[in-house]
Write a protein that binds this ligand. Structure first.
Ligand SMILES: [Zn+2]
Length: 254
């Protein structure tokens, strides 16, 4: 993965020979005016193909991104094996794109697509990506959810009624609504210190490894009433022996 093509200068004639639509195709040597333009293209392109790209390694020089690797989101997805295999495994999808912003021999300051590994070890799902995009709350909806959560202290049921009335054409899924509400619920400022620290620490763990399960509950005064979590190994055990549950209940006992 380190043998990047450092001079991916493709002349115009050569790129035309690829007989692809310049605006939609990805190929080694493709150039962009800015890193942002390149990343936006790759984001759109990957969704059209049916997968999500995520940022991986980056090389910065004096704060400037000179190289970046983008990988398929499935290279970090865990697949719990509930049968004989006792370990949780990454799907390890091999897809990657390397992009570079060479300092030398790049008078126009272009950002280049270098090496691409186009292979995935899983099916691509364009419909799923489109579906995710379609059900994503709009900025206006997020503003409403924020207002209803912080100022009105509305729960999910009331918020759902409001949103369904105001945005009748937008699909609303409970899981997405809970997640959006949780974003605006009180965090470290209103929680006691210990609970806030545990809560933040759990969020961090979940961010690094999505297999963590973190569930919180609030009462009508936005007081945290429960905090439940499962480590990846607990999740795995749970999927294998689902009848074994250990609860450590300390709420209002000390
Ligand atoms: Zn993949």
């Amino acid at each position: 993965m380190n043998e990047e093509i450092l001079e991916p200068i493709v002349n115009e004639d050569e790129s035309n020979l690829l007989n692809n639509d310049e605006h939609t195709s990805l190929y080694s040597g493709k150039k962009f005016h800015t890193l942002e333009e390149c990343e936006n293209f790759l984001d759109k392109w990957s969704k059209q193909q049916g997968f999500h790209l995520i940022k991986d390694r980056v090389t910065r020089e004096a704060g400037v991104v000179r190289r970046r690797t983008l990988i398929c989101a499935h290279s970090r997805t865990y697949e719990p094996h509930s049968t004989k295999d006792t370990t949780t495994k990454k799907l390890n999808c091999p897809f990657f794109v390397n992009i570079s912003y060479p300092k030398s021999r790049n008078p126009n300051g272009f950002v280049f697509v270098n090496k691409i590994n186009e292979h995935h070890n899983h099916p691509l799902n364009q419909a799923m990506i489109e579906f995710e995009d379609r059900k994503k709350f709009t900025p206006e909806m997020m503003d409403d959810i924020k207002f209803m959560t912080i100022h009105c202290k509305f729960g999910a049921t009331s918020q759902r009624k409001f949103l369904e009335g105001k945005f009748p054409l937008h699909p609303i899924y409970s899981k997405d609504l809970y997640a959006a509400i949780n974003k605006f619920r009180p965090t470290s400022k209103s929680l006691s210190n210990d609970a806030a620290q545990i809560s933040n620490w759990l969020d961090l763990k979940k961010e690094m490894d999505s297999i963590w399960i973190v569930i919180r509950g609030w009462d009508n005064d936005n007081t945290l009433t429960y905090l439940f979590w499962m480590t990846p190994s607990q999740v795995e055990n749970w999927t294998r022996y689902s009848d074994c549950v250990i609860n450590d209940v300390t709420h209002k006992t000390n």
